[in-house]
Design a protein around this ligand. Sequence first.
Ligand SMILES: Nc1ncnc2c1ncn2[C@@H]1O[C@H](COP(=O)(O)OP(=O)(O)O)[C@@H](O)[C@H]1O
Ligand SMILES: [Mg+2]
Length: 318
Amino acid sequence: MTIETTPSAAATTDRIRAFGKVAVLLGGRAAEREISLKSGRAVLAALQRQGVDAHPLDPDATVLAQLRAGGYDRAFIVLHGRGGEDGQIQGALETMGLPYTGSGVLGSALGMDKYRCKLAWAGCGLPTAESVLLRGEADLPAAAALGFPLMIKPVHEGSSIGMARVETVDALEQAWRSASEFDDLVLAERWIQGAEYTCAILGREALPLIRLETPNAFYDFEAKYQANSTLYHCPCGLDATAESRLRQLSLDAFEAVGASGWGRVDLMLDGTGRPFLLEINTVPGMTDHSLVPMAARAAGIDFDALALRILDTSLSRG
Ligand SMILES: Nc1ncnc2c1ncn2[C@@H]1O[C@H](COP(=O)(O)OP(=O)(O)O)[C@@H](O)[C@H]1O
Ligand SMILES: [Mg+2]
C-alpha cells in the first residue's frame, strides 16, 4: 500500500526545499543585540519546526567567510540596528550574490537614518513632525524655536535608546548631551500629543494597525520590553475608513524610502486626527510578543506562516 501525499502537502514540501540551506543572522554587535537574539531564536525555531534547513549565525568579522564555507543558499536577517538593519550586511550579501530577506541596501540605510527618512517623506509630501538636526551645540536655539515640548532622539538608534521628552531649554541641552553619547547626529522633533499606532508591512500589504497605549510619557524602552502596563489594541479602534487610510499611508511611507519585503511603520495621530509618520523599521522585533507577529495574527497569519512569508521575500530578489 502506498501512502498518498496530498497535493498541498507536496507543494509545501517543494516550497520548503526551494529555500535550501538558510542562515538565520541573529545577535550582532548593535545596542539591540539582546532583542535580536530573542527574535532570531524565535524565527529559527519556527523555520526548523516547518522543516527548513535553518541554522543560527551570530555575525562577526568572519560572517561572509562563514556563509561561503557553510554552503548557504540564503540569509534570513534578524539583526536589529547598526550593521544589520542599515544596509551594511545587505550590501555585503549582494556582493557575494547571496539572497536575503527584507529591504535592500537603500531602503535599509534610509530606514536606519531617522533624519534622512523624514527628508525623503517631506520631499514626497508625506506627513512627519517638524524637526531640527542637532549637529552641535550651535543648533540648540533653532530646536528651541520649534516650541516645547520636544522629543530628542539619536538619528541611528532604535528601541527608544537615548530618547527624551524635554520642556525647557536646560532640559534640551542635557538631553542633547545624553543622546550624543549614542550618536553624532541627534534629532529634535516637535512633540506630537495624541495616539500612537504601528503598521506592519508584509510583501506589498499593510497589516491591521495596532494602537499602543502606555502610562509612561512615551513608548520608551521600559514600555517596550519590561512593563506590564503597556496595552496593545488590535483592532486599533479607528473606523474602517480611517484605518485603511493610515494603512495606505504607512505602505506609501515604507515604499517611498525604498524599503521592501517586510517591516513596520510607526506613526501618531494628533488631537485633531492628523497623522504624523515617526519612523520605519526594516528588521522589526520577531519575538512571540512583538508587534509584527501580533498584527499578522490579526490577519490570520500565525508565527510559523509569517516566518515563511518573510523567507519568501528572499526569493524575489534572486
Ligand atoms: N515627535 C514625537 N512626539 C511624541 N512622541 C514621540 C515622538 N517621536 C517619538 N515618540 C515616541 O517615542 C517612541 C520611539 O520613537 P521612534 O521614533 O519610533 O524611535 P525608535 O522606536 O526607533 O526608538 C515612539 O514609539 C513614541 O512613543
Ligand atoms: Mg519606533
